[in-house]
Design a binder for this molecule. Structure first.
Ligand SMILES: Nc1ncnc2c1ncn2[C@@H]1O[C@H](COP(=O)(O)OP(=O)(O)OP(=O)(O)O)[C@@H](O)[C@H]1O
Ligand SMILES: [Mg+2]
Length: 357
């Protein structure tokens, strides 16, 4: 039940290059109240692990102030990703004589090749079209306790409370399914950030498989930096200018960008091959659609490279496709040019305060 005394959840996405905040009037109502981003210095978050909590807390405080968000009694939704999370969908034969919790925990230890002692573990049964008659499908999630506690500490430092802890894969899948409900097609949603890329495979909204690759926009900027012998910040802005259509710059740095585009496409292609063969045992012949979000999705020629390597049409996601952005006062231009940065934030923002137990 939604209480009259609760404000809506505040979604906070801690990326390695920026903190993003987004607030809906109430979860799935589809009305955007507030949106903003604060850049972070490089290295303060690495692959989802907090390295410099003071710097991050200061940036978060600044962003909250700029967006005029009061922290008293506010609850937030955060997302964990990177090296601290493990996610797997499994199909298991249902046996009424066996303790389900125990059986699934054993299965998780095997699948994750981890004893899970230092991790929080949860599982959920999901409806599936891909299980045999005597089987049920479950999503297993494990998150490193230390990392989750680090994020909770950070939230407490600025006077907020954690209401929901999610993970980037589910945020991506939920955001995508909310905006682009696609029937009878195998779809990949890919979030390409600064230091990592998350991939999810979906069929009719069903979450089938996910994988994270530790590569993103930083590798591209680094390559441009090496190529032109300029510092990282310079390379970063040249890369963005080239990607936004500055022809002369694009001509100069195209080879450097292309080298990383090709590496990322090859890595994603390996994931597709594994998913088709090992995970789905040849059930699918091809990927029908590929949808991209995340800041680095706009990289020069990345979409076309992915499309030709993976042999499927590629589109950029607008995470606000089915969201009324008017109450926030954010202009449409910003949503159209920067919107893809907020893919994970929107997935988090769709979570509702009423889900907190
Ligand atoms: N217009 C653009 N063209 C190309 N690259 C861009 C553009 N805008 C942003 N980027 C790149 O996108 C990346 C930031 O994206 P995003 O905010 O999704 O990452 P993040 O969430 O901070 O990182 P991560 O999730 O990997 O920790 C940076 O590498 C940045 O250079
Ligand atoms: Mg991110």
């Amino acid at each position: 039940m939604i209480s009259f005394f609760n404000s809506p959840l505040l979604a906070i996405d801690f990326g390695s290059s920026s903190i993003k905040i987004m607030e809906m009037t109430s979860g799935r109502s589809g009305k955007l109240q507030c949106l903003g981003l604060e850049l972070l210095p490089r290295g303060v978050i690495e692959h989802g692990v907090i390295r410099e909590p003071e710097t991050i807390a200061a940036a978060l405080q600044k962003l909250l102030k700029r967006l005029n968000i009061k922290t008293k009694n506010r609850r937030v939704a955060i997302s964990i990703s990177g090296v601290s999370t493990l996610v797997k969908r499994v199909a298991m034969a249902f046996d009424a004589d066996v303790d389900l919790d125990e059986a699934i925990f054993e299965e998780a230890k095997q699948r994750f090749a981890h004893n899970l002692e230092d991790m929080y573990f949860r599982f959920e049964e999901v409806a599936s079209t891909f299980v045999a008659e005597a089987e049920k499908a479950y999503i297993l999630v494990a998150a490193k306790i230390d990392t989750v506690e680090q994020y909770i500490d950070l939230i407490h430092r600025v006077g907020l409370k954690v209401g929901i802890t999610d993970c980037d894969f589910f945020c991506l899948a939920n955001m995508f399914d909310f905006n682009y409900p696609i029937a009878d097609a195998l779809t990949m949603a890919i979030n390409i950030g600064a230091s990592s890329t998350q991939i999810v495979f979906l069929y009719n909204g069903e979450f089938l498989y996910s994988r994270e690759i530790f590569m993103g926009g930083n590798e591209i900027s680094q390559k441009v930096s090496d190529f032109l012998k300029v510092d990282f910040e310079n390379a970063e802005s040249l890369k963005i200018s080239a990607s936004m259509g500055e022809q002369a710059i694009a001509e100069r740095i195209k080879p450097a960008i292309q080298e990383i585009n090709d590496q990322l496409a090859a890595e994603i292609n390996t994931t597709v091959t594994y998913f088709m063969g090992e995970e789905m045992a040849g059930r699918f012949e091809k990927v029908d659609h590929i949808f991209l979000c995340g800041g680095a999705a706009s990289t020069l020629n990345l979409g076309t490279t992915l499309s030709s390597t993976l042999r499927a049409p590629v589109q950029t996601i607008n995470p606000f496709q089915r969201i009324d952005t008017q109450p926030s006062g954010i202009d449409m231009d910003y949503i159209m040019t920067q919107g893809a940065l907020f893919g994970i934030s929107v997935g988090l923002g769709l979570r509702d305060i009423s889900e907190i137990k």
